[in-house]
Design a protein around this ligand. Structure first.
Ligand SMILES: Nc1ncnc2c1ncn2[C@@H]1O[C@H](COP(=O)(O)OP(=O)(O)OP(=O)(O)O)[C@@H](O)[C@H]1O
Length: 223
């Protein structure tokens, strides 16, 4: 008996997952999985349900049907909290705290990757010199970079990134892709929503194409 006979379960697996609002279907049923070392690119037009799907996976909304497993086990709240780092549309920063204080506060709430320092994380995202800048004084792109520093410090293996490229310049887009690449190389996985493939990270990637309700979604390997 070899390890190949028992491959590890996917880091994330969704089966028959669907979500409705006021009896109106938003998405699903969806079946997909993401292995460690892999990205799932969630594509779809405005209103296709990408954000809703990530919020369901993060446990912020309840699916009306289907299951979500993490590492082969049901995604209970404690397991989700340990395994998932969610980067949504809102930066979730404390406006009157400095950049470094925000990082320390968030690491206090969600934990921190061992041997990663906040000042290094700020430097990696291009915010060296902004340690004491108040979050409310940062530009939209700088706020996004600060949330990326937080992501970098997170110990969670599964990143749920909702339009991580929004508000970023070209250098920032490359930064996101480098971070995703490094995270996958270290054994993590990522779900990334985009409107198109223009900024896909150059990593082992599957595609989940979401369409407006009533149309089946497709999964496949990205080119
Ligand atoms: N809080 C809400 N209350 C009611 N309807 C909502 C809410 N949030 C989203 N919706 C609806 O759910 C559907 C899916 O929205 P969602 O934000 O998941 O789409 P999306 O694919 O992320 O879109 P976009 O690319 O524009 O960000 C849309 O029809 C939207 O109008």
């Amino acid at each position: 008996m070899t390890a190949a006979d028992h491959p590890p379960p996917p880091l994330l697996q969704a089966c028959g997952l669907s979500f409705s609002r006021n009896d109106e279907p938003v998405f699903g049923p969806l079946d997909f999985s993401v292995d460690a070392g892999e990205a799932l690119l969630v594509q779809g037009g405005n209103g296709a349900g990408k954000t809703t799907l990530l919020r369901v996976l993060a446990g912020l909304l309840r699916a009306d049907r289907g299951s979500v497993d993490i590492d082969g086990e049901p995604a209970q709240p404690a397991r989700r909290a340990r395994a998932i780092a969610y980067l949504g549309h809102l930066p979730g920063l404390k406006a009157d705290l400095g950049a470094m204080e925000n990082l320390e506060f968030l690491c206090g709430l969600h934990g921190r990757r061992r041997a990663q320092l906040s000042d290094q994380a700020l430097a990696i995202v291009g915010l060296a010199g902004y340690e004491d800048a108040l979050a409310r004084q940062l530009s939209a792109g700088q706020k996004k970079r600060l949330t990326l520093a937080r992501l970098w410090l997170s110990p969670a293996p599964l990143w749920l990134l909702d339009e991580p490229y929004a508000n970023l310049d070209l250098d920032g887009i490359e930064l996101v892709n480098r971070m995703v690449q490094a995270h996958l190389r270290a054994g993590g996985a990522a779900l990334v929503t985009t409107h198109g493939a223009y900024a896909a990270p150059p990593v082992r990637t599957r595609l989940l194409v979401m369409e407006r309700p009533g149309t089946a979604a497709a999964t496949g390997a990205a080119a």
